[in-house]
Design a protein around this ligand. Sequence first.
Ligand SMILES: [Mg+2]
Length: 402
Amino acid sequence: MSRGTGVRRDWGGDDGGATILHVDMDAFFASVEVLDDPSLRGRPVIVGGRERGVVASASYEARAVGVHSAMPTARALRLCPDAVLIPGRHERYREISRAVMALLGSVTPALEQLSIDEAFLDISGAQLRLGRPTAIAELIRERIRDEVGVPSSVGIAGSKHVAKLASGFAKPDGLLLVPVAATVPFLHSLPVGAMWGVGEKTREQLADKGVRTVAQLVTVPEHALGRWVGQSLAARLLQLAWGRDDREVTPGRVEKSISTESTFREDSWDRAELERVVLRQSHECAARLRAAGLVCTRVTLKVRHSDFATITRARSLAAPTHLAADIAEAARSLLSEVSLRGGVRLLGVRTDGFVEAAAAGWQATLDESEARLAAEQAMDAVHHRFGRATITPASLLQPPDH
Ligand SMILES: [Mg+2]
């Protein structure tokens, strides 16, 4: 997230009605490493792949000299030669994540986990028991620190969008309340890139038109904005920019996407090889979907070229699926439309748009699907027994945390 340097850290203390909390762990993977090895405290810690990898998480000591998530590890080590580089222990991070989420769930069942290290809480039903929103937020931060041992930041606001922005400005190890009455002034003080839904591409498109702040954004007529970034995004951005966001905290959506990425030891130009990788990745996603009892409705292919330019291409599926064959068909078709210019450094497949397989009444009804499902489930069993390493390409990277 882009952070304006002049963002106000105090928007007043009236927390009435500010019942949405966004809880986000600080430099999560790095913090877990410090927890498990206290000799690392106060030192620059980088979790990431050594060879050709990227930074998955960096402690604030490393961030102080410019290291950030998704930066190539080699560059991070040049910026911060004293850093302790740790390859990453994702099973341990998941374990700590489960402890944090269990703790949050004891505050309120109205808990929506967004990723391994962040969640929304709607604490409107917990106030009688636990007090005002700011008191609950402080309680949460204290308990995570005391009972789990890692630092977190909390944003408090009247909507998910603003709570998420607020936690970003609360970091590290802080809390930021945006009173409901301050919602619009807060939003209009921000750079447009801070908004949810504004990625690097949209930010550049808007900057080309001279729109750099949210305050500038709201002066653009919707039809003009629509011509620049597309009508649906334009409408959504203007709603958000005026603080209109009535999305509810939706419990139980633990996973929003299932994805896997591979960084190659050497850049690849070989389409046949890339297709094989995509197939393996599709199998991995499908197995994880089945294990979670989910079916996906969208497949996204991610390609990072040698010069680090990264593109994603998504395709909605005709029918929900948890079959590798369907996922691979979509992913390979997307790959066929991508130029391999200069070589490919990283390839990834993501599935999302989940529906619970049982709730959707979805099942493989066609004979062909059933046969494929049986074959794929047999493969799941083999992987379960012998370990996933048998099909895992090069080095698998987890998505970077924030
Ligand atoms: Mg985080």
